[in-house]
Design a binder for this molecule. Structure first.
Ligand code: MLT
Length: 262
């Protein structure tokens, strides 16, 4: 379905009377990132996901958006679907959106699952990298940027192991509008730092990190988890930054364990 105001594409699976879990994907991907997780969990939970504005089937509009816009989109979906205290699960950029959404409206959520993400805002080096990515897209094309970026999201052995599935992930990312991808880069570069909020979080939280994640590495995610009172940490062996695609069985097992305890 499409949100009438924002045209954001929303997808749901499972019994709408069950506990809702809303999944927010990372950059520069789309809701399909969660396919294997939702296929498994939708037998027990009402699973909702969507394409973040500017990515997948959600149009970029004028390409001018911020993480605040993304948070408003998320809260709008929760309101539109009348979700009662959903569990919020975000990966990487989806995690930035989730942490800021919780900082803004913690009372609307039941629990938090963070995969391969961080609370710190971009430092100067990271901002310059975003600027370089935008230059590459402008001066060359989206494919040149993706050729560099996407392999860095996966553990090397996962690329080999996934084979055609990796190619499909790449092809889907390539279908994104360059305007939307650049809009996301600017939104991430301008995001606030949510580190100070971590110790105020009262929700139960599960923190999942790929052992070989180089974008939000285990020590960074461990540090984040230790600041959240009621939280646990899971290290996913041999996976990179894309744990739900690289090791779906482990992610499903850990999420199920966490969700059952709520
Ligand atoms: C993501 O997976 O969402 C991105 O790697 C996040 C980022 O570039 O900071």
């Amino acid at each position: 379905m499409k949100n009438k105001q924002t045209n954001i594409s929303i997808f749901s699976k499972g019994d709408p009377t069950g506990q809702p879990v809303i999944f927010v994907h990372g950059f520069p991907y789309d809701h399909h990132m969660w396919d294997k997780i939702i296929d498994e969990l939708s037998g027990e939970y009402y699973c909702i996901t969507y394409d973040v504005r500017g990515l997948g089937a959600s149009p970029p509009g004028d390409g001018q958006f911020t993480i605040e816009t993304f948070v408003d989109d998320l809260l709008g979906i929760i309101e539109e679907l009348q979700l009662e205290k959903p569990v919020l699960a975000g990966l990487s950029m989806g995690g930035y959106i989730s942490l800021r959404a919780i900082e803004k409206s913690e009372h609307k959520f039941k629990a938090l699952i963070l995969c391969d993400s961080k609370s710190e805002a971009d430092n100067n080096q990271a901002k310059l990298k975003r600027a370089q990515a935008i230059n590459i897209i402008n001066q060359k094309d989206l494919k040149t940027f993706l050729n560099e970026f996407i392999p860095s999201c996966f553990a090397e052995e996962s690329i080999e192991k996934l084979g055609k599935e990796y190619d499909r992930v790449f092809e889907r990312a390539l279908k994104n509008s360059p305007l939307g991808v650049k809009g996301c880069l600017l939104a991430m570069a301008g995001r606030t730092d949510t580190t100070g909020y971590l110790e105020k979080i009262n929700l139960p939280a599960l923190v999942v990190c790929g052992e070989k994640d180089t974008l939000s590495p285990p020590p960074v995610m461990r540090g984040l988890q230790e600041k959240i009172k009621n939280s646990s940490f899971v290290l996913v062996p041999a996976a990179g930054h894309m744990t739900p695609i690289e090791s779906p069985e482990i992610v499903v097992r850990e999420m199920r364990k966490f969700l059952k305890k709520l």
